[in-house]
Ligand binder design. Structure first.
Ligand code: ATP
Length: 513
């Protein structure tokens, strides 16, 4: 815990940022050595912008900062880093083909007689990796071969090299298993005891209380709370974030579950997915739970043709013949959409407008006689902006100018507009704020009422238990069990999720319950 009477490490006064419109206004904050400041707020509230100003990636329009009482105005990330102000961003910044060791010490590879001193590099890397609990991994492993969780730990380890006085962590646990989260928290506690200050950005409110001393809440670019975190319930924080009470319940309404839209039979691929069979029915929301690395995403990718199955078949509707799905293009033609949380692989065209990004897949519908009808495009975009509460000026704003969570909503809008009867969602609400999550759940309920079938992979078990009619559980690449609504419990689902690993001591992944 930091000493409240110690002088501020960093102080912000009246920080504002205007792009075309103001996105931050009059933010004044102080952070002391060894203090952990949780920063939260809705998607687009200005959290990343504020952190980027602190870390030199973006310059403020108004206001001033002081570091150790001295004027601090970093003009680049490097300048901030040299002063010990570091940031781990939402999008990782590692080179997949290089090893962990090389990624860690890219700018300062130890040399001997003009060559890279490999033994020394390995030793330095191992020490750095140990600091974030990566003790059982070879430092020469290419980063691209690591799971996202481990990649994130490498990124954090890299930022701890040298003198780190303030570390900004932007959504650090979004891709971590709960064991990795524990490691991260232990690491944060260690840093805190060494006097490092931390700004911890997250939408996971329970986590904030676990890790932070102070809480700062941004709403529409303004600081609406800056206080010690004790005494703030999650509900109170949501109210501060969104300016209204949290929604406690979701009414899925009455839905008819009809005939199968998708029949998957013995679909498998090597060791990743053992032959799996299930049906997805019209109007049904089917969840897939399981530990990270249990084959959930891999199964979706097989159904979508993103990876080639080496056995099994997929049938659409009541067709007697198996569908010929060897690529996502063929899956889409067969009426299957897949929405992942990876905005990069979803091909969001960042310089293009929200309107173009939303309508891209169905340009015919917003064209007249072969020409794009700007008004029609704007109407479609306007509709989704409203339904998904995409924080933006209007449909003409470039997707690249939106906050991470709002970019994710544009990806969802694109697929909703595409209107496929079978929709596969992989971690649809990761990085999305609590209020917007409920908008997305309601939208999913609407889709199911229209008779679509939804297959949802999520690491958030509460989310699945809230929205699904059935939950299938994968463990170590196998579909091990399926629970009907009303018959499941968190314990039973978790037990199933762990069952495949019982004999494997290397089972480290965990579902966030
Ligand atoms: N380069 C830019 N040009 C114009 N507007 C921008 C730019 N970068 C960010 N914005 C706007 O600033 C606002 C704040 O975005 P920011 O990324 O800081 O939000 P956030 O709170 O981090 O959101 P999230 O939780 O989704 O990550 C958003 O409305 C966004 O559209």
């Amino acid at each position: 815990m930091s000493n409240p009477s110690s002088p501020a490490l960093l102080s912000l006064s009246g920080i504002g940022k205007t792009y075309i419109e103001p996105v931050l206004a009059e933010v004044s904050l102080e952070i002391r050595p060894g203090q952990i400041l949780a920063l939260t707020g809705e998607n687009g509230a200005g959290k990343s912008t504020l952190s980027k100003i602190v870390c030199g990636l973006v310059q403020s329009t108004t206001g001033a900062m002081r570091l150790d009482g001295q004027p601090y105005q970093p003009r680049s990330r490097t300048e901030a880093e040299q002063l010990g102000i570091r940031m781990v961003m939402q999008e990782l910044n590692l080179i997949p083909t290089l090893s962990i060791a090389e990624n860690l010490f890219l700018n300062q590879l130890p040399q001997r007689f003009g060559w890279i001193d490999k033994p020394k590099l390995a030793a330095l890397a191992q020490a750095q990796m140990a600091a974030v609990g990566l003790t059982d991994i070879d430092p020469w492993t290419p980063v691209g071969e690591l799971g996202v969780g481990h990649q994130q730990m490498v990124e954090i380890a890299r930022n701890l090299i040298g003198s780190c006085r303030l570390l900004v962590l932007d959504e650090p646990t979004a891709m971590l298993t709960s064991r990795e989260v524990e490691l991260l928290f232990a690491q944060i506690a260690r840093l805190q005891s060494e006097g490092v200050a931390i700004i911890y950005i997250s939408h996971r409110l329970e986590e904030l209380k676990q890790v932070a001393d102070r809480i700062a809440v941004l709403r529409d670019g303004k600081l609406v709370c800056d206080d010690m975190i004790d005494g703030y319930s999650s509900d109170a924080l949501v109210q501060l974030m969104v300016g209204r009470a949290a929604e406690a319940e979701l009414d899925l309404g009455h839905r008819e579950i009809g005939a199968p839209l998708l029949r998957v039979r013995n679909l498998g691929r090597g060791n990743a997915v053992a032959p799996a069979s299930f049906d997805l029915r019209a109007g049904e929301i089917l969840g897939i739970a399981g530990l990270i690395g249990s084959g959930r995403t891999e199964l979706l990718r097989l159904v979508f043709g993103a990876d080639r199955a080496d056995q099994g078949e997929v049938f659409i509707g009541d067709q007697a013949e198996a569908a010929d799905i060897r690529s996502p293009k063929q899956a889409i033609a067969a009426g299957i959409a897949m929405i992942t949380e990876d905005r990069k692989s979803q091909g969001l065209l960042l310089p293009q407008s929200i309107a173009v990004n939303t309508t891209l897949a169905k340009l015919g519908d917003v064209s007249k006689m072969g020409l794009l009808d700007g008004d029609a495009e704007a109407t479609v975009a306007g509709d989704y902006i409203k339904r998904l509460r995409i924080r933006s000026r209007d449909g003409s704003q470039a997707a690249g100018e939106l906050s991470g969570g709002n970019q994710q909503k544009v990806v969802i809008a694109r697929w909703l507009y595409r209107d496929c009867p079978i929709m596969l969602f992989d971690e649809p609400t990761r990085g999305i704020d609590i209020g917007a999550k409920f908008d997305i759940y309601k939208l999913m309920a609407d889709l199911s009422r229209q008779g679509k079938g939804l297959l949802i992979v999520s690491s958030d078990l509460r989310e699945l238990m809230l929205i699904c009619d059935r939950i299938a559980v994968m463990s170590a690449g196998k579909l091990v069990d399926t629970f009907e609504r009303g018959q499941w419990s968190q314990e039973a689902i978790l037990a199933a999720a762990f069952s495949g690993y019982m004999n494997s001591p290397s089972a480290t992944a965990e579902q966030t319950a």
